[in-house]
Design a protein around this ligand. Sequence first.
Ligand code: SF4
Length: 494
Amino acid sequence: MEESRHGTVKSLMNQSSHRQFIKASDASAWVMCFRRIWFDKHQPMAESEPDAFTQFLFQAGLAHETAILEKIAQQYPVCRAKSVDHTVDLMRQGVPVIYQARLVDAEVGLIGYPDFLIRDDNGIYQAADAKLSLSENKKTTQIQLGIYRRLLKNDLPAMVYLGDGRVAQLSGDDIDVLVDRFIHSMQTILADSQPPIVRYSYSRCEVCPYVNRCLPEFIRKEDPSLLYGVDGNMADQLAQINISTIPQLAHSNVESIPDVPHLKSEKKKNRIILQARSYLTGKLFQLDKIDLPEGTWIHFDIEDDPMTGSRNRHVYLWGFLIPSYAKSCFDYVWSDDESADYVGWISFLQKIELYRNHYAPIVIAHYSNHEKSTIQKYAERYSMFNNSTVSWLLGEESPLFDLQRPILNSLVLPLQRYGLKDICKHPGLVNFQWENDESGSQWSVVQFKRFQSEKRLSAKGSIKEAILNYNRDDVIATRRLELWLRELSLNSPK
Ligand code: SF4
């Protein structure tokens, strides 16, 4: 625990007879889920080894902080604080910059560890953090920096050194209101002897260390928020009309569900009822005819790196599966680093032209909107909206086809999430398995970073091969999905 490294904070906590402090860093768990922060404070998990992607982000964050520290140190003398008392001492001495400051308000029960305290011309200290994020408007950042300002008890805005090189200033009434809400809510959470009741959320719970404590309870309660398409707000609204469980929803009909915010259309109501039935029975429901475009299909998937020097996402792999769709029909454009970004993009466009001429008419199938929006971003990055290949890809006659569309329009599946892997791996659906079970988009980014830092050529080659194999399996998966949909479409309602 961070507090145990700092004697004074520890003694303050002991003095206040087990009273728990609110840390600025609690904001990230609080923003995610009130129950998660309750567990952190009352029944924390034993610390476990973070996964490779989290470790990578941590290292990248540390490197960013070090880079900012070096930059500041070129301009001002910097002293590293060793404790709360030492921070106070350094402030009294008027040290220009205090690194890793420790601030405490024992009365309110607040602790904050700003990366930097920077003294202005009037001798007042301003808190600053280094964040890899590109935006200062994240709730977590606003609360953390707002807490530092409370602890410093002055009117100076707090600063954040962002991942794209910008330095943003944070202050204002909105942030003060948010900080008040955080402190009051945290005081309630600290005082509660029971964890707060919340709804399930796949994206939040999947990555939460407490999922094994919560999920069995959600399943036992048959909570409707377990269903795809039913979020916490919708589950609360359904509970108000006495639909509190998945079986109750499964036995409802469209007419019996009144219009509530975000649940007004007949189609949406029908979908969630069928989703509840699918959850209980494991059955697939087909709502509509499945329409697939005509042409020669080419399957397409990209791997991109969000953690580049410029912070522009760099596509290091543009992958394709072309006819006759065997493993050996995997084709790709690869670039080793961001300096080859433009060459990779142009090679991608050339490949598209090659396929266009060779297989016309073509359908370029991908899963979800990411590939199309990435092409849009590249067109913007290189001012190429007038390029004939780009305008064809993004125009009205675009060959790009998002395979997720017919699924969301026509099918209700026994799944909590409609990702490519969820659908393809399910033994009762597509039943396609990736060769490397651990692979995924985050895995790919971590491997690409390893590829970039690896000096030995043979090890570099092996890493690249593993990434290529993963991407090849992704495009084979979309091919299998296409075939599965074609089979279903034969039985589509006329
Ligand atoms: S598993 Fe979900 S509900 Fe439980 S604490 Fe974590 S985020 Fe909250």
